[in-house]
Every structure is written in structure tokens, then in C-alpha cells.
Design a protein around this ligand. Structure first.
Ligand SMILES: NC(=O)c1ccc[n+]([C@@H]2O[C@H](COP(=O)([O-])OP(=O)(O)OC[C@H]3O[C@@H](n4cnc5c(N)ncnc54)[C@H](O)[C@@H]3O)[C@@H](O)[C@H]2O)c1
Length: 365
């Protein structure tokens, strides 16, 4: 297939990881980049041999088919919508939007315009997760009845040079890291029907820990501890805790408990990892990784899958409907925490089709 041409909007921290990983994917070619801060775009362009453009010029460029949206969460829906209006597909960093209305508008407008919306995370396409998916689909653990998912740490301000957005709506541990856990769970179990939650903002003060803004106080504009319960459409009840208020813990990222046995799912923020299983009273053993690819960082595989899907006119896996459902669940958890009520989740999505049992990059169909 001829490579799909991609232009990046947003040349911050994560753009370097995408640009490095892109060299492994023949499905797409990043040709240009833009940023509100043109100097950032120029620096990336010089390093990776791209054209640095203004955001307007990139959106107007007819040679660019897909906008890779790596801006901050508050700009995701706006840039996505502008890309779609300009006749381009968009693949967005997570979350797809700050709230359901703007994420839904993007997905619906793209559908009307015949454009695709893709979204990170794509780690559920990694070898560890696809192996667990295959084992679940083969009914190795029976019906999943319950489980836990835990993402707890003390936030990003010790390493990120400009961490303010992590503590505003669209950030926080839920909107920042929840998409990895929720996308993995949806891939394994299907959509969520309702949620309830207890939420809190525990740390009294936070300051930027590194870079030119070191020592600057951070304004806390969102919940930093969210203990939720997810009722999946299948009936499975999964506890999800996301927190920036925990210094240390020893929970597994995801544990699922079925009628025949239990499975430990590795970190959904990574492509690799070793799943483990225990059938009935037997001891824990490794579940051999048989599917997908298991290299440490292949951020961009979801975009590669979307590029291939554009050429072969099939559905892509890390898609806008699933990302919209994730936003809906996260918004529902915040609302449930604020009101003390169970919140029904209105959106639904299909489980993405599993990857075939082979490991080579470039063989995504
Ligand atoms: N940093 C990470 O390790 C990491 C990992 C995974 C995902 N992400 C996600 O990637 C996204 C970007 O994160 P980051 O860490 O690179 O942030 P960042 O602040 O380092 O970079 C964001 C860039 O987007 C630009 N930008 C903001 N609004 C814009 C607009 N309207 N038009 C054009 N450019 C605009 C900013 O000038 C900045 O250069 C976030 O959604 C984040 O959740 C980050």
C-alpha cells in the first residue's frame, strides 16, 4: 500500500515518541508539523526532516490525509473538528474530548463528512493484551464476573516541565490515565452500562518539580482520586481506582475474575508485559504471549491500523466510537462522585476486532 500522509498538530513532549515510532510503520509517513508555538514545530521539523507549518497551513495542505492531533486535551476536539472540516481524517491523543458533547460532535461530524476519527490509546493492540483477549474469547476463564483496575501514583509534576493541564478538567488521573484502563477493559469485556464513584482531591498543594517553571504552584481544578465501580453490559462489575494522591501501592494493573478462573492483565499503558492466570484452585502460571507484538513502545500502531484501514476500506480498531464511550464513562464517574448517584452510560461501542495471531509489524489486517 502507498503510505498515508500525516501532519502533526502539537509538537510537545509526546510528539518525539510518535516521530521515532513512525519510522517502524510503513503504513504512514509524517511529512509536516505545526504548533501554536512555531519555534517548537521548527525544532521538530529540523530534527525529523519535516516541513514546519502554521496550524492553518497544515490544515489547508491538500497533500496531508490525516492530522495526528498531539495537542493538550483542551484543544483535542477543536483541532479534530477543524481537521474534519478541512476534509482530513484525524487521529487524536487521549482523551478524545473534555466532555461528551464535544467528543460526540467530532465523531458525528466526521461520519457526515466521510472522515475517520481514531484515538489513542492503542496499547490494547500490544501482544500481552491481545493474548488475554484471545484467551477470554476462547472461554478459558469462563464468564467474567468481577475484577479490579488500579492506576495510582502521585502525579506528573516531578518530571513534566509544564504539568498544569494534568490538574485541569480533561486531566486528573481519570482523564489522563483512565483511557488506557478503560480501553483495555472495553476491548476485553465490551461496553459499560452504568457507573458509580467516590471522588476526592487530597493533596493540599502541588508545585512544578522540573524545568523552567520549577517551584511554580499548580492550580488543582479537577478530582485527583476517583474510586469507581463499572457495571459492564455483560454484567461484570469492575472496580476502577485512578489516583494522583497515592505514593505507593502493590495492586496489579488489572485483575479479572471469571467463573472458571482469574487472569492478571499487564499494564495497559504498555504494549508488553506478562499476563498470568490461575484456573480454579491451581497456582498462578504465566499465560504464554502468543498474539500481536510485544515490543516496549509502539505508540502509533493504532494510527498504522487506521492508515491501513483507510486504504483497504475496513473498520479501524482504535476508533472514535470507542474513544467517545471512554469519555462518556469518565464523565459519568465524575458525575457519580459529585452526586452520589449511579449514572447510566448512554453511548455504546463494539469491541474492536482482535489482531490475528502473528507478530510482524505491517501485518495488521
Ligand atoms: N507526555 C507524555 O508522556 C504523554 C504520553 C501519552 C499521551 N500523552 C498525551 O499527549 C497529549 C500531549 O501531551 P504532551 O505531554 O506532549 O503535552 P505538551 O504540553 O508537551 O505539548 C502539547 C503541545 O501542543 C501545543 N498546542 C496546544 N494547543 C494547541 C493548539 N490549539 N494548536 C496547536 N498546537 C497546540 C502546545 O504548544 C504544545 O507544544 C496530551 O493529550 C497527553 O495526554 C502524553
Amino acid at each position: 500500500m502507498d503510505a498515508v500522509t500525516v501532519g502533526i498538530v502539537g509538537c510537545g513532549t509526546i510528539s518525539a515518541a510518535y516521530l521515532r515510532a513512525a519510522l517502524d510503520f510503513p503504513e504512514y509517513r509524517i511529512v509536516a508539523c505545526a504548533d501554536l508555538d512555531l519555534a517548537r514545530a521548527q525544532a521538530r521539523a529540523a530534527k525529523f526532516d519535516l516541513r514546519a507549518l502554521s496550524v492553518e497551513a497544515l490544515l489547508d495542505d491538500p497533500s496531508i490525509e490525516v492530522v495526528l492531533n498531539l495537542t493538550i486535551p483542551a484543544a483535542h476536539a477543536e483541532i479534530g473538528l477543524r481537521a474534519v472540516e478541512a476534509g482530513k481524517h484525524v487521529y487524536s491523543e487521549k482523551p478524545l474530548g473534555l466532555a461528551v458533547p464535544e467528543a460526540r460532535q467530532l465523531v458525528e461530524r466526521a461520519l457526515e463528512r466521510g472522515m475517520r476519527v481514531g484515538s489513542a490509546p492503542d496499547t490494547f493492540l500490544g501482544g500481552a493484551h491481545q493474548t488475554v483477549r484471545a484467551a477470554l474469547d476462547a472461554d478459558q476463564f469462563g464468564r467474567i464476573v468481577s475484577g479490579t483496575a488500579c492506576m495510582m501514583n502521585h502525579g506528573h509534576e516531578h518530571w513534566h516541565q509544564d504539568p498544569g493541564f494534568y490538574y485541569q478538567p480533561g486531566g486528573g488521573p481519570l482523564f489522563d490515565m483512565g483511557p488506557y484502563y478503560l480501553t483495555a477493559l472495553i476491548d476485553l469485556l465490551g461496553p459499560v452500562a452504568s457507573v458509580c464513584a467516590l471522588t476526592d482531591r487530597s493533596a493540599a498543594e502541588r508545585v512544578v518539580g522540573s524545568g523552567p517553571k520549577a517551584g511554580t504552584p499548580i492550580d488543582i481544578g479537577t478530582e485527583t482520586h476517583i474510586a469507581g465501580l463499572l457495571r459492564f453490559a455483560t454484567g461484570a462489575a469492575i472496580s476502577l481506582i485512578t489516583s494522583f494522591d497515592v505514593w505507593a501501592h502493590r495492586h496489579s494493573p488489572i485483575e479479572l475474575y471469571g467463573t472458571k478462573g482469574s487472569v492478571l492483565v499487564p499494564d495497559p499503558n504498555r504494549f508488553d508485559g506478562q499476563p498470568m492466570m490461575a484456573i480454579a484452585r491451581a497456582p498462578w502460571v504465566d499465560l504464554p504471549v502468543t498474539h500481536g507484538f510485544a515490543e516496549a513502545d509502539h505508540r502509533g500502531v493504532g494510527l498504522a491500523d487506521m492508515a491501513r484501514a483507510i486504504r483497504s476500506q475496513r473498520a479501524h480498531r482504535a476508533n472514535g466510537e470507542m474513544a467517545l464511550h471512554v469519555v462518556d464513562i469518565m464523565q459519568g464517574l465524575i458525575e457519580a462522585g459529585a452526586t452520589g448517584r449511579t449514572v447510566d452510560i448512554a453511548t455504546r461501542c463494539e469491541r474492536p476486532s482482535p489482531l490475528p495471531r502473528r507478530r510482524e509489524i505491517g501485518l495488521l489486517d
